[in-house]
Design a protein around this ligand. Structure first.
Ligand code: HEC
Length: 141
């Protein structure tokens, strides 16, 4: 009987601890990875940040260099690489898988809000290049 009581107390205690931990862990994961609402970043700031941190590999016109692939490319449409892929590329880097340039290193200088600005800039450039329709999604093929 005493053991059963101890078990119940332990269970309640652990549920309380889990309840206390879960939202925190969740929000930490979200703030680390999940995109902020897309399309509302500042593309001008994004362009400057891209110039500083990405242009050496992805090119001034997003058309690629010897070091990295073009981002104006069907691979990087939102239906193939959603905004989340951009946030993760910036935070964690990318293991080579589509091209032969090698891995992309993480870009620790860029935080989540700056990543949103960069993604807004890139999606705008993709739209101007005719890759997207006005809703921001890829046009029907
Ligand atoms: C040192 C070179 C380098 C820099 C700097 C760099 N990248 Fe990359 N990036 C690469 C390479 C190489 C790949 C291709 C990896 C593959 O798919 O083979 C890549 C891939 C990507 C991808 C595709 C991710 C995926 O899931 O396939 C995105 C998005 C991206 N880069 C965005 C950025 C942004 C934004 C910046 C600046 C904040 C940046 N990159 C800076 C080299 C670079």
């Amino acid at each position: 009987m005493r053991i059963a009581l101890a078990l119940v107390v332990a269970l309640i205690a652990s549920l309380t601890v889990l309840d206390w931990m879960a939202p925190d862990a969740e929000s930490r994961r979200e703030s680390a990875v999940m995109p902020l609402e897309s399309g509302v970043g500042d593309p001008g700031t994004g362009a400057h940040l891209f110039e500083a941190e990405c242009v050496q590999c992805h090119g001034a016109d997003l058309k690629g260099t010897q070091e990295g692939p073009p981002l104006i490319h069907p691979y990087y449409r939102p239906d193939h690489h959603a905004d989340l892929a951009f946030y993760m590329a910036i935070r964690d880097g990318v293991v080579q898988h589509h091209w032969d340039f090698g891995d992309m290193p993480p870009v620790p200088a860029i935080d989540r809000e700056q990543a949103r600005d960069i993604v807004t800039f890139i999606r705008q450039a993709q739209r101007e290049a005719g890759m997207l329709d006005d809703t921001g999604s890829a046009p029907a093929r």
